[in-house]
Design a protein. Sequence first.
Length: 306
Amino acid sequence: MTRRFATLAWAAAICTYLLIVLGAVVRITGSGLGCGEHWPLCNGHLFPPLNDIGTVIEWSHRLVATLVTILVVGLAIPGLAPGVRESKARYVALGLLAVQILLGAITVKLALPAWTVVLHLGTAMLLLATLLIIATSSLAPLSSPPSPLSAGRRGGTLVIVPLAFVTVLFGALTANLGAAAACGGFPLCNGQVWTSAGSLAVIHWTHRLLAYALAIVAVIWAKRSRQTGAALVVVMIAVQIIVGATMVLNGLPRVLQAAHVAVGAAVWASVVLARRSGGPQNIKAPGMTSPGLREGSREKPVSSTS
């Protein structure tokens, strides 16, 4: 049952990631109102006629959202996985899902204002993080001895986790306010260290500065922790910067815009997973003995006296 719970949690996390990417495709293709202003129905139908590409994209997004809802609700069912570490994270995920659904409805009803779209993405990222925490915790033992390096690793993530989240939010703000084209060139913004091209350029440039800061913090964290997960974060951030630069220098093609969101969500997921792996290192699979306990912890035979 524990393995089944872990599988369900991973499935929910993967579907949430796909939902984030598909949500970006909805925005990039202008399909946000592909179902009209109807919600939860699509153009007044439960199963609408799919004779328009915008309707197909938006309806597909809603179907994946429905799948995520089913999976997250399934995780919150009491007694689904006896023996799994008790945690309120599954209920946090359920609450975030409710907020996400509400924001989705408001976004459609208000005809896609930028602030609701950004909040919608931010909530989706928090939901993804929560599901990853649930998935990586589901097979962990109830107690594990602390790792000597865990404190240092936690120190790095105290900075990188909120920095990564704020960077994602500014990326969403840049895209939804139409600021993506406000900064030409790379790595500077219109050839300036600090832009004077207006508020949209400032928003875009702030997003870039946050991304550069995130890269620096990630490199320092990886070097200090010597952790594989932290090194993977550095690689993902490098890929994201390359995709972003290529996108800007080539006039913002839609494919690269979607790729930028997909890699950005992967960066966020890798940060969360690296944070999880930076904890206790002696987590073991059920039925296996920790290496540190194999020697010196064997029970001595107890002699009985009659």
